[in-house]
Design a protein around this ligand. Structure first.
Ligand SMILES: [Fe+2]
Length: 220
């Protein structure tokens, strides 16, 4: 995901599409193997914690697939929407991985210690082999500078950053009215530090959180 985001931020469109194609194929293969081979095993390993039922994992997979389909349509559109969707997918995957690591993986690993997961592993390996290795990087191609007058707030900062103007993003960030949320000042400071040190993935992630806390009803 970081490589895709960086390619998008830096305007390396061909690289971003190539990396995205590879990443989404691998993610779909992973989900397919879990749905076909591992969740049917997990179905019989209850009782489940309320936040880790088989239905929750299937629902999360469905949502991840929806986000993948959405992102697919955004590569040809406005960059901030693409960046936002990529960050949203990243958040979804973070939560999903944590949930799986907590309950799904330990139970399935214990239940398949007798080798019952061999079929799943073989299926996964075959899919990974068919997809092939990750694409190598292409040369940076500057994205045209410009601005979108209709964007405001964190979205405007993100758009500017997504178009390669970290200094402009810093300026906009300084002028951003933060509202009332107690976490907003600290998130802004963390974003500034990340931008100044050139750590774009962290900057983008802090902006994602800042956008959440500054949204109406933002809680995080
Ligand atoms: Fe999963």
């Amino acid at each position: 995901m970081t490589a895709i985001r960086n390619a998008v931020f830096e305007g390396r469109d061909d690289d971003a599409v190539a990396r995205w194609t590879w990443f989404s194929a691998r993610l779909l293969a992973h989900i397919d193997v879990e749905e076909t081979h591992l969740l049917p095993i997990y179905d019989n390993l209850g009782p489940f914690p309320p936040n880790a039922t088989p239905a929750i994992f299937r629902r999360e997979h469905a949502r991840i697939i929806e986000t993948l389909a959405l992102i697919e349509t955004l590569f040809a559109g406005e960059r901030v929407a693409l960046c936002t969707a990529l960050c949203s997918l990243e958040g979804q995957l973070e939560h999903h991985d944590l949930r799986e690591a907590d309950s799904f993986k330990p139970r399935v690993d214990a239940a398949t210690a007798d080798g019952r997961a061999a079929e799943a592993l073989a299926a996964h390996e075959a899919l990974v082999k068919a997809i092939g290795p990750a694409p190598s990087s292409t040369q940076p191609k500057p994205y045209p500078r410009g601005g979108s007058t209709r964007l405001t707030g964190v979205d405007k900062v993100r758009w500017t950053l997504a178009h390669g103007d970290a200094q402009g993003a810093l300026t906009l960030l300084s002028e951003l009215p933060l509202g009332e949320h107690p976490k907003a000042p600290r998130l802004r400071e963390k974003t500034r530090v990340a931008l100044r040190s050139g750590d774009l993935p962290t900057a983008w992630d802090r902006l994602r959180l800042l956008h959440i806390v500054m949204s109406p009803g933002g809680q995080n």
